[in-house]
Design a binder for this molecule. Structure first.
Ligand code: ADQ
Length: 408
């Protein structure tokens, strides 16, 4: 059985601005050392799906570089992870929707002629064993299988919402981001949401993409057009993510899935990592999350000025970090971060090479790469002032973009 995996990584990620100002959403750093795309690629690689095409489009430079540097599989065994940038192959326009991205790359499918095609999104934090979904897809004979998870009904307008027959398998309706969703019979405050992960029988996918390409009214979107079309023809099934059991997972972290489409969701997913018993366990070595590492020295904590020990509590601290007489609490410190004497970082996400000056205090913030917080500066105290110079989210998280200059 031949299976080709396609990862959709062309999303623009407008709602993650300024983190997506000069990188594609799947290239946004996460959890100190990862990028968002590492999670889906690790799930596929751990499931032994090792022919993977990553479709990129928007500001794809850092994403392409990350993939080509990090995801080098042994080509001798016919394995690959290939980033494929949008190429305007079929005329002078970029991809319109995700279905158009697939349609413009049909040659990749003809090259492999797989029996089934896995199409997964690249913007989620989760562990999933894709083999279990593919097995159900093959056993059921469905033309497409859509992975789904229960979500609060208040979020229904952010997802494809699925209705099934009473047996719970066959999809009878699929509505993309409905404003008037109805709750589930057993849980009126929940809907069944598409995770944006699909497995297609190859021929059924080719037929649907070709039909969609001829429709001038279509937005050429998988969730908006292709899946509803396949539901109408009666052969779409749902795969319940609650049934997925990843090797090494525990009761506590089973079923974890976060769409980090907004800055607040992105922040919350980080906070999920740092509790003593995290709901997302990075330490499951039976299902590792792979990424690339620079050759950095170990993290270092130094006693400075003779009066203060560098400390980090309830925090993730990456290689190359120096905590020199500063204090980090409930925070993520990415490679190369430096906290100087008497500085304090609380409930924050600091990306690569952020420097926090002497006596500076940072609270509830996301700070992108290379930012220098000057001595004595205060971030996250006076939100009115912060709003005048940085982005501040609905939940009051201050977000400072890459290379931004911070005045005291
Ligand atoms: P959205 O995430 O809103 O909803 P979309 O913006 O199409 O849908 O993104 C889906 C994936 O495709 C993302 O990984 C994105 O990076 C990628 N992508 C988008 N346009 C692309 C293009 N032109 N080229 C390459 N890649 C592209 C989708 C589904 C919903 C589902 C949610 C789950 O449409 O039904 O509920 O995902 O988060």
């Amino acid at each position: 059985m031949r299976v080709l995996a396609i990862v959709l990584a062309g999303g623009e990620g407008k709602r993650l601005m300024p983190l997506t100002a000069d990188r594609a959403k799947p290239a946004v750093p996460f959890g100190g050392i990862y990028r968002l795309v590492d999670f889906v690629l690790s799930n596929l690689a751990n499931g032994h799906y090792l022919q993977i095409v990553v479709l990129t489009q928007y500001k794809n430079h850092s994403l392409d570089r990350h993939i080509s540097r990090t995801w080098r599989l042994s080509s001798m065994l016919g394995n690959y992870v290939t980033p494929v940038p949008a190429q305007q192959r079929l005329g002078p326009h970029w991809f319109s929707g995700s279905a158009d991205a697939l349609f413009q790359n049909l040659n990749l499918i003809y090259d492999e002629m797989p029996d089934h095609v896995i199409v997964f999104g690249a913007d989620h934090i989760y562990r999933m064993d894709p083999r279990q979904m593919v097995r159900q897809h093959i056993d059921s004979g469905a033309e497409v299988t859509v992975a789904a998870i229960r979500q609060p009904i208040s979020l229904a307008d952010q997802f494809g919402v699925i209705e099934t027959d009473p047996a719970g398998r066959k999809i009878v309706a699929f509505r993309e981001k409905p404003k008037d969703a109805v709750g589930l019979p057993d849980a009126p405050d929940q809907v069944y949401a598409s995770m944006g992960n699909y497995v297609f029988r190859t021929q059924a996918m080719l037929d649907a993409l070709r039909e969609d390409a001829l429709d001038p009214t279509s937005k050429h979107d998988l969730g908006g057009n292709i899946i509803p079309m396949m539901v109408k023809s009666g052969s779409a099934e749902v795969y319940d993510f609650a049934d997925n059991i990843v090797p090494g997972s525990t009761e506590r972290d089973r079923g974890y899935w976060r769409d980090v489409g907004t800055l607040d969701a992105y922040y919350e997913a980080h906070m999920d990592l740092i509790s003593a018993h995290p709901v997302f366990n990075l330490y499951n070595n039976q299902w590792p999350i792979y990424t690339g590492h620079d050759p950095l020295p170990p993290a270092k904590f130094v006693h400075n000025d003779g009066d203060r020990v560098g400390r980090a509590i309830d925090s993730l601290v990456s290689a190359g970090v120096i905590v020199s007489g500063g204090l980090a609490e409930r925070s993520i410190l990415s490679p190369g971060v430096v906290l100087h004497s008497h500085s304090q970082v609380e409930d924050s996400v600091l990306m690569g090479n952020v420097k926090v000056g002497r006596g500076a205090i940072v609270r509830k913030a996301i700070i992108d790469k290379n930012v220098i917080i000057p001595d004595g500066a205060r971030i996250g105290f006076d939100l009115e002032y912060d709003r005048s110079r940085f982005a501040v989210t609905q939940n009051g998280i201050v977000v400072i973009g890459k290379n931004e200059i911070v005045e005291r």
